[in-house]
Design a protein around this ligand. Structure first.
Ligand code: ATP
Ligand code: MG
Length: 414
């Protein structure tokens, strides 16, 4: 079963709005065994819109459209649908009641322009939009389904979950698509590929597809399968994933949507231990990751963003003579920073970073991307030098996830 998504709106084509609707719809369709074969974005222009409908109809059985349903003049999706289906709009008292209710339930009088929302193409089934005035619309033509949804993401999401997915499941008996993702940190995709090449080969006869998804210091490995029996798919995925984890145990930290900061949070909570951070080149990004996890106050005490040497000395007790002789980006300094913040906050663990994020500031000896990371614990300190890349954002993010993973490994054995 194949689907296409068409998103409508000038704002997408000028880069003002990022098309997140398509990503959400793709996930929803995939979960019920419908594969998306193309995503198209078109401007608020009748001929572009109808041409996209015609092209999609030739390739797919399910066509989901979002955007351009508002009562304002620039929204012309309804007009395009009428022209495509060769029909006209008619008044729907059912939609009118729902639109009126949206206003009266908030004690407001409905503006006249909203009456237009109750005019819908004659051949569609209107679907209730609980959060906005534009109804969803379901069309069927020669066994194919067209669905038109509002562009506002939370309205679209609610309609997908409450109306579209159940209707698609009922109409088409679809196979299951199972995606399982294995998360790794600290190894590049080509090195990973070398380690797992034999295992990867073995996936072919199991009908499992593998994708490498790299992002700032992490690589996700996604296993995908299609089949009629969900528990068989699940069992096969678990078996192959267990084999995989044995091969890459050093780099493996979690599954699916799990985040490194959540993993270390759980470990710290279980051990009833606390953490502090002293960040130079990461500028508080590690603190941001840690505190983005709900409940982090149970184990995270705080941070010193020690950007200048003066703050390193005054707040973290880093030695001035070592700063002068070794430079801020060095093993003794990053270790003193970690120990300094651990003592200051009396935490069980501390992370410290010091590096050259770039683009300027590199030397031959310490090029841009050189980052020292230290983890202090009650009875010692451990540090590592890394060489990342030339890009500032990448260096900050990669340093942060690397530091979290260093802490994770220490916590596992602690
Ligand atoms: P309404 O009835 O509320 O006017 P609409 O169907 O007319 O809904 P649009 O006017 O096209 O929707 O867009 C409404 C809002 O939704 C805009 O802020 C737009 O940026 C956002 N939006 C539209 N399309 C998308 C998309 N594909 N992904 C994410 N956001 C989107
Ligand atoms: Mg629009």
């Amino acid at each position: 079963m194949l689907a296409e998504i068409i998103t409508i709106g000038d704002e997408i084509l000028i880069g003002q709005t990022i098309d997140t609707n398509s990503a959400f719809i793709s996930i929803q369709l995939n979960q019920i065994g419908i594969s998306v074969v193309q995503i198209t974005s078109v401007p608020d222009n009748i001929s572009h819109i109808t041409e996209a409908f015609t092209n999609a109809e030739n390739r797919a059985s399910v066509i989901i459209i979002t955007g351009g349903l508002g009562p304002t003049k620039d929204d012309i999706t309804k007009q395009a649908l009428c022209s495509f289906f060769n029909t006209k709009t008619v008044f729907s008292s059912e939609v009118m009641k729902q639109v009126e209710f949206l206003f009266t339930s908030r004690g407001l009088k409905m503006p006249e322009t909203n009456k237009e929302q109750a005019m819908i193409p004659e051949n569609c089934v209107p679907l209730k939009n609980s959060y906005g005035t534009a109804p969803g619309m379901w069309f069927e033509k020669n066994g194919k389904v067209f669905v038109s949804l509002p562009g506002v993401p939370y309205e679209m999401k609610n309609l997908m979950e409450e109306e579209i997915v159940p209707r698609l499941k009922a109409k088409f008996k679809t196979p299951y698509i199972l995606h399982e993702t294995v998360l790794t940190q600290g190894i590049g995709e080509s090195f990973l590929m070398e380690i797992i090449s034999e295992w990867e080969e073995s996936l072919i006869k199991e009908n499992i597809k593998l994708a490498y998804l790299p992002e700032f210091g992490k690589v996700k490995l996604r296993l995908s399968q299609t089949g009629e029996n969900f528990s068989e798919l699940k069992e096969k995925a678990e078996r192959k994933i267990n084999e995989l984890i044995k091969l890459i145990s050093e780099y493996y930290y979690g599954r699916n949507e799990e985040k490194l900061e959540e993993v270390i949070g759980k470990l710290l909570k279980d051990k009833k231990m606390t953490l502090a951070t002293a960040e130079s080149c990461t500028g508080g990004y590690i603190a941001h990751l840690i505190t983005s996890v709900a409940g982090s106050s149970e184990y995270y005490l705080g941070s010193v963003v020690a950007y200048s040497n003066m703050i390193k000395e005054e707040q973290l007790n880093v030695s001035k003579s070592l700063l002068d002789s070794e430079g801020a980006v060095s093993k003794p300094i990053v270790e003193q920073m970690a120990i300094g913040v651990q003592k200051k906050f009396n935490s069980d663990f501390a992370i410290a970073t010091s590096g050259i994020a770039g683009p300027a500031g590199g030397t031959e000896e310490k090029p841009v991307g050189t980052v020292w990371i230290a983890i202090a614990y009650r009875d010692g300190v451990f540090s590592q030098k890394h060489l990342f890349g030339k890009n500032r954002e990448k260096n900050i993010k990669q340093s942060s996830v690397t530091a979290l993973n260093m802490l994770r490994k220490i916590l596992l054995d602690y």
